[in-house]
Design a protein around this ligand. Structure first.
Ligand SMILES: Cc1ncc(COP(=O)(O)O)c(C=O)c1O
Length: 480
């Protein structure tokens, strides 16, 4: 820091934390400069600044003092960390909704890389190509690029996404309905602000996507778990118990985490329920680009004739998660509402990477990347299935193998959380199935990602998993 800044900060801090009291005299600029062995100029400047901000006052003949008009409580305004620990928790109350949120620091602190991580193939991303596009855009930035962008997102990118969704995902939309968001999580947040009030019931798949719970909880909604079976969300069970729910969040193309594809009859039942009840369906289509068996499944939104579905997609899986770009396909009559909610939240998405992505798609790299990665993931998936079969045989029931970047292995007689914690110490990334249940876990097992695990790593990793499961303590001793 400059000398001037050091003198200024030194006084300001001493006044704010109470070491210097109101009315207390401070040395003259000449004396202080002499004492510090510095020139008088920085001291003069610092005193002038402190006076201008109201920390000092000077009277002719009586020198400079700490301003008498400062409130006596000033000394408590900036507690030191040690003091803040002792503060009365009752007086530092935060919202009840906030207390229900997911412990994000705990989650990130426990994240490690290793086999079975549910992530993309980072090693296969065409980084040089992407970097080239980023550089091109950075070089060509113009003054007008500095202004706020369209709160719905860059028009060119929205056009490209709409075209892609119409042709590949059977989504009925045009670019005016596409809102660019910073990942599906923000899309869900905006949809919740528009569609739900505190106290409203929301169906969530059981087991279901854990991070979505935080969004509904922070909006004060009541989450009601509705079980998932081999056909997807059990609509009849939901309607019987919580028929009046305002909304439902579903992953029909590849249920997270079980991986089942929602059957046509369940899709139609869900659309009928939503229409007759005046409820909303939020479709989270997070990884359906990669399907290895059968025809691609079209979106639920494409079947909807009553504009009940809000469709959310993301580039986190198909490209990479740090991009933080996703999109919402908004029913036409709700576009203005979504826009208002968006504006209140963050005024709109940052523009730079949207422009890069628009070119990435427009120049054909996106389609090429998906084609290439489908082959990479298919191979990783095949090797994983083969190795699981070899070691576990019928002891592991695999679900959700036809699409995405993970499968779920249901295992009987284990405590998945306990085994998962032990595996993490050994750099094996096993996400316990039971942690995706809001109520009692009906099944135990692991979500096994294969997207970021190379075919050379998989056999040894499955072997380690097998050893871990085989050597587990018996249920009785685990309980003890
Ligand atoms: C079910 C589900 N939805 C959405 C996402 C992606 O979220 P985001 O776009 O916020 O990165 C994931 C990522 O793991 C997911 O598992």
């Amino acid at each position: 820091m400059s000398l001037y800044r050091q003198v200024y900060e030194g006084y300001r801090k001493a006044i704010v934390d109470g070491s210097l009291r109101t009315g207390q005299r401070v040395p003259s600029t000449r004396v202080l400069a002499l004492e510090l062995g510095i020139s008088r100029m920085p001291v003069l400047n610092a005193y002038a600044q402190l006076s201008a901000e109201g920390y000092f006052e000077s009277r002719v003949g009586s020198g400079t003092v700490v301003s008498r008009s400062l409130p006596p409580r000033m000394s408590k305004a900036e507690p030191t960390p040690a003091r803040s620990k002792n503060l009365n928790q009752e007086r530092r109350r935060v919202s009840k909704r906030c207390l229900k949120l997911w412990n994000a620091r705990g989650f990130f602190a426990s994240r490690r890389s290793g086999p079975f991580n549910v992530q993309i193939g980072f090693d296969c991303f065409p980084l040089a190509l992407w970097n080239g596009l980023v550089t091109r855009h950075a070089r060509n930035a113009q003054a007008k690029s500095l202004d706020y962008g369209d709160p719905m997102g860059l028009e060119q990118l929205r056009e490209r996404i709409a075209e892609y969704l119409r042709t590949v995902r059977g989504v009925r939309c045009d670019a005016q309905q596409i809102m660019i968001v910073s990942g599906s999580q923000q899309g869900l947040e905006i949809a919740t602000r528009v569609l739900l009030d505190p106290g409203d019931q929301v169906w969530m798949e059981e087991p279901g996507y854990r991070f979505a719970r935080s969004v509904f909880a922070s909006a004060g909604c009541q989450i009601v778990p509705v079980r998932v079976d081999a056909e997807g969300l059990n609509v009849a069970a939901g309607a019987k118990k919580f028929g009046g729910a305002r909304a439902v969040l579903v992953t029909p193309s590849h249920q997270y985490p079980l991986g089942v594809t929602m059957s046509a009859s369940r899709r139609l039942q869900l659309l009928d329920w939503a229409e007759s009840n005046g409820s909303w369906i939020v479709e989270d289509d997070y990884d359906s680009e990669y399907r290895y068996e059968g025809m691609p499944v079209t979106s639920l939104q494409g079947l909807d004739r009553n504009s009940r579905v809000v469709y959310i997609g993301t580039f986190s899986k198909v490209l990479f998660p740090s991009l933080r770009l996703g999109y919402v396909v908004v029913p036409e009559d709700l576009v203005e509402r979504f826009l208002a909610a968006r504006f209140a939240l963050d005024m709109g998405p940052p523009t730079f990477h949207q422009a890069v992505l628009a070119d990435f798609i427009g120049e054909g790299h996106f389609a090429r990347h998906i084609r290439r990665m489908r082959a990479v993931y298919a191979e990783r998936r095949n090797v994983l299935i083969e190795n699981l079969r070899q070691h576990f045989g019928a002891a592991a029931e695999m679900t959700g193998t036809e699409a995405g970047m993970h499968l779920t292995a249901v295992l009987k007689g284990i405590s998945d959380q306990e085994l998962g914690a032990r595996a993490a110490r050994d750099s094996l990334w096993l996400v316990p199935l039971s942690s995706f249940y809001l109520g009692n876990a009906a099944q135990q097992g692991f979500i096994l990602g294969f997207g970021s695990t190379s075919i050379h790593q998989i056999p040894a990793a499955v072997q380690r998993l097998w050893t871990l499961v085989r050597r587990r303590p018996s249920s009785a001793s685990a309980r003890t």
